[in-house]
Design a protein around this ligand. Structure first.
Ligand code: SF4
Length: 225
């Protein structure tokens, strides 16, 4: 168990785990190649820290932090994630998972074994645009994960990063319609795209304004950022 899977640690955040002081563990590697991904180095390179080093960091934060966010990259790519989440929870921390939904079995296993407390699931794009935005063709697996989370009534949120030239209001309305049809009861979070010089794809600054007034009100929406 010595692989350096973690790319980095953010020692403290008030923003990434709702209502909790948390650290973020950033996992290297991802199955997707989202054109707007701002974590290019994390997705394409090896990690630098072992899970044991991350746990040692947490030992030094006992009583100072409440939770850990497992983010990346994509944490569910690592088969030992359940072990790792168990170790984190044994230290008394809550666990939040950020995921692209491409490992339904891992999400199920974490929930069924009470190894995760909250999940943020990225709904990258409606089915018709999933491949062009993520460079991944497994919308069906993402869809299974979403259905499982809804059926399990586990506390989770669905979120989408909105680049207004890539996703128009009608695309977001397709997602809203789909979430409504599946019976999603939570808030749908929309994250504004932020331009940096570290994007994975050749994404440009947004040219067209996003017409948020055209969004459906079938489910509650909150903008972040
Ligand atoms: S934005 Fe896409 S490519 Fe980047 S880490 Fe998330 S799922 Fe992976």
């Amino acid at each position: 168990m010595t692989d350096k899977a973690l790319y980095d640690i953010t020692p403290f955040t008030l923003l990434d785990y709702p209502e909790h002081l948390a650290a973020i563990f950033w996992f290297a590697k991802c199955q997707m190649r989202c054109v707007y991904c701002y974590n290019r180095d994390m997705v394409l390179n090896e990690g630098k820290l072992s899970p044991q080093e991350a746990l040692a960091f947490l030992q030094s934060r006992l009583g100072l932090l409440e939770g850990v966010v497992l983010s990346g990259g994509e944490a569910t790519m690592y088969e030992w994630l359940a072990w790792f989440a168990h170790e984190i929870k044994s230290l008394g921390f809550k666990v939040k998972l950020d995921t692209n939904g491409l490992n339904t079995a891992m999400v199920k296993s974490l929930i069924e074994n009470s190894l995760v407390d909250y999940i943020a699931l990225d709904y990258k794009a409606p089915k018709e645009k999933f491949l062009s935005i993520t460079r991944d063709k497994h919308f069906n697996i993402f869809s299974q994960t979403l259905n499982y989370l809804i059926a399990s009534e586990f506390p989770f949120e669905v979120r989408t990063t909105v680049h207004s030239d890539l996703l128009r209001a009608e695309d977001i309305n397709r997602i809203i319609q789909d979430l409504h049809r599946r019976g999603y009861k939570g808030v749908y979070y929309l994250h504004r795209f932020l331009y940096t010089d570290t994007h994975l794809g050749r994404v440009k600054k947004e040219k067209s304004p996003f017409e948020s007034e055209k969004l459906s009100n079938k489910i509650p929406i909150v903008w972040r950022g």
